[in-house]
Design a protein around this ligand. Structure first.
Ligand SMILES: [Zn+2]
Ligand SMILES: [Zn+2]
Length: 346
């Protein structure tokens, strides 16, 4: 067993505090990872604040994990001590259902085991990456390519795969017009990846305040959605729209921007239901879809793609004492574009 240093919260309104947590003894297929960096995802904030249902406190969030292998179980074949590795939003699944067998473990029919706020196969609550060490079965560990720094790699494990997966599935590429709604942590990766795939990329943001950034990330066009003219001008334009925003949007207005057979994919998860006028779909055989992270095989593919194309997220590295402040800044949209905790400061 390893005692890891961590930062935990004790309740919805409580600040982060230092904690020591136990990481299990290495099982046959387990890998012990010394965490170097952990990204702060908006999901961490929702969960820490108890907004997504009952949570077992104390809670250590964090599912954007990058570090080094420091020990391996006797049956481990994929990793050795010193390897640069990552862990994303899940740490296990049944491995036997139809979806797991397809490599889509995130959609495991028995439910995947989330990296934190879940329960593992030993019946223990899972604790995430705001800590110095974690033990994960090797099948849920991915390899971080040498040319991506561990600090920049961390956010790819959630924001990278969340945007890569739908762009890949709906075939963003040369000749395709792709729009990304929202230029936050997810949106900025969506723009970079869609651009690298060869698509013509448009950002749809509330205002033009981040236009310069959006164009730097690879967007060719940038429109303010506060301006009603935008929806007239862009009617019937896009093959694919990725919605990274978690707020309620006027779905019909955005569906109207799709061309024949176009698809609007939600990766943001609003707390309230969205309503849709079915006419917005049947008029041009449009689809409204959702997508949640990606499987382990696809996560590795995403990391290799980012390495090959030199794509990394824009990050601001913080110390463990700054987590509460970082949460406030994320909620105020005052981050460009991802906070990453240097876990050596825990
Ligand atoms: Zn996340
Ligand atoms: Zn399964």
């Amino acid at each position: 067993m390893v005692l890891a240093r961590a930062r935990a919260v004790d309740g919805p309104d409580k600040p982060f505090r230092f904690a020591e947590i136990k990481r299990r003894e290495l099982d046959e297929q387990d890998v012990l990872i010394e965490i170097k960096f952990a990204g702060i995802c908006h999901s961490d904030i929702h969960t820490a604040h108890g907004e997504w249902g009952h949570v077992h406190y104390p809670l250590v969030p964090g599912h954007e994990i990058a570090g080094l292998v420091t020990a391996v179980g006797p049956g481990v074949t994929k990793y050795k001590i010193g390897d640069r590795v990552g862990v994303g939003c899940m740490v296990d699944s049944c491995g036997e259902c139809e979806n797991c067998l397809r490599g889509e473990e995130q959609y495991c029919l028995k439910g995947n085991v989330p990296t934190y706020a879940g329960v593992d196969k030993y019946g223990e609550p899972t604790q995430g990456g705001y800590s110095t060490h974690i033990v994960v079965t090797e099948d849920f560990v991915v390899r971080i390519p040498d040319n991506i720094g561990l600090d920049a790699a961390a956010p790819l494990l959630c924001t990278g795969i969340t945007t890569y997966s739908p762009l890949n599935r709906w075939q963003a590429g040369p000749g395709k017009k792709v729009a990304v709604i929202g230029l936050g942590g997810l949106g900025h990766m969506g723009v970079k990846i869609a651009h690298a795939m060869g698509a013509e990329v448009t950002v749809l943001s509330q205002t033009l305040s981040k236009k310069e950034d959006g164009l730097k990330f690879g967007a060719q066009h940038y429109y303010a959605t506060k301006d009603p003219e935008t929806f007239k001008e862009l009617a019937g334009t896009f093959d694919l729209i990725i919605n990274t925003v978690s707020a309620v949007i006027n779905l019909d207005a955005y569906l109207g921007l799709l061309k024949l057979d176009g698809t609007l994919v939600n990766v943001g998860a609003p707390g309230e239901p969205l309503s849709v006028n079915v006419m917005s779909l049947i008029g041009h055989r449009r689809s409204f879809a959702g997508s949640m992270i990606g499987g382990i095989r696809e996560t590795q593919e995403m990391l290799d793609f980012c390495a090959e194309h030199g794509i990394v997220p824009n990050i601001e590295v913080i110390s463990a004492d700054q987590i509460d402040e970082a949460y406030e800044r994320v909620l105020a949209s005052d981050v460009r574009y991802r906070f990453v905790i240097d876990t050596s400061t825990i």
